[in-house]
Unconditional design. Structure first.
Length: 88
């Protein structure tokens, strides 16, 4: 896939309360979270877009109150993993 460049006018950034050095990273993370939340991006693709590891991205979603879908199979595996861990 080709890279996409988004150009924002200086006027559209007036009043943004994000330090200029953090602006690109913050916008990438927010876009990735929004697209993930809307079901447009998978979790893995959103992590790549945000430039974050899975755990970091999941933490950020939690901080922002964005729920993460959990398939029944994933829940069963998590419960099995927890039971095995608890039995140690």
């Amino acid at each position: 896939m080709q890279a996409v460049t988004l150009t924002l006018s200086a006027e559209s950034l007036v009043g943004v309360r994000i330090p200029p050095r953090d602006l690109e990273r913050e916008l990438r993370c927010r876009l990735a979270m929004a697209l993930f939340s809307d079901g447009i991006l998978s979790g893995a693709a959103a992590c790549r877009m945000a430039g974050l590891e899975k755990a970091e991205f999941q933490h950020l979603l939690g901080v922002r109150g964005i729920t993460q879908p959990l398939a029944e199979q994933d829940l069963e595996q998590d419960l099995s993993n927890f039971a095995a861990w608890k039995a140690r």
